[in-house]
Design a protein around this ligand. Sequence first.
Ligand SMILES: Nc1ncnc2c1ncn2[C@@H]1O[C@H](COP(=O)(O)OP(=O)(O)OP(=O)(O)O)[C@@H](O)[C@H]1O
Ligand SMILES: [Mg+2]
Length: 251
Amino acid sequence: MSSPGPTPRPALAVSCEGVARTFGRGERAVVAVHGSSCEVPFGARIAIVGPSGSGKSTMLHIMAGLETPTAGRVSWPGLPATDAERRAQIGVVFQSPSLVPALTVAENVALPLVLAGVPDAEAEERVTEALELVQVSELATQLPEELSGGQAQRVAVARVLASRPSLILADEPTGQLDRANGQHLVDVLLATAEELDAALVVSTHDIEVADRLKDRWLMHEGRLNTDEAWLNHSRAPRGPQASATTVGDRR
Ligand SMILES: Nc1ncnc2c1ncn2[C@@H]1O[C@H](COP(=O)(O)OP(=O)(O)OP(=O)(O)O)[C@@H](O)[C@H]1O
Ligand SMILES: [Mg+2]
């Protein structure tokens, strides 16, 4: 008789149902995200594109569990139920690299591993590998203040890759890179997601980067559109985009 084997994990890394996020109150309230729903399976390779201020970062922070939605529901069916364990499986590349100034590049990449209790020898191996992947090995002993914006961005990506997450959320990870380095970084993110069987969501202004991912979603005035039909429309020339909607403006 064959054994039943391990229970397969649910296929969704993250699910959002009608999520919204408002910042501030009253007249000054800004609806950064509203009425947005999506499902991100582990095999997903998704680009979120949209104009500045349309809510991409806020949406990614909601998916990461870093921002609590003011309405709707976010859940992580395929990730651990406890907050700490789940957080350890979600890797966020922030739009601003946010490296710890007093630590070297290698120490910055090692930090989440040390905090997670990864043994020293394994942590060292993972740090070396991650720095090689994003082609910044020679910067291992530098301090963040000695890095260019693009180098810091690559180190921030290395820090996420080294922690081997199951859900990778990268907020404009190529924003400060030239075309060749940007394309290489996308290669690395795609290869890592494949190797880890992770879900990958990348926000970007760059349509060339978006085209490298399997699916493209549009964020527009705080609303996430997961239907690809917008794509041709969005590439046609058009007038200036509005940014986020203020509550007072809406009706
Ligand atoms: N902490 C905050 N407090 C107040 N307003 C905020 C906050 N975070 C974001 N917003 C507002 O929410 C809206 C959406 O911001 P968000 O950063 O999500 O946009 P974005 O699409 O990531 O923009 P960009 O492409 O410039 O990074 C903006 O109007 C922004 O000013
Ligand atoms: Mg942003």
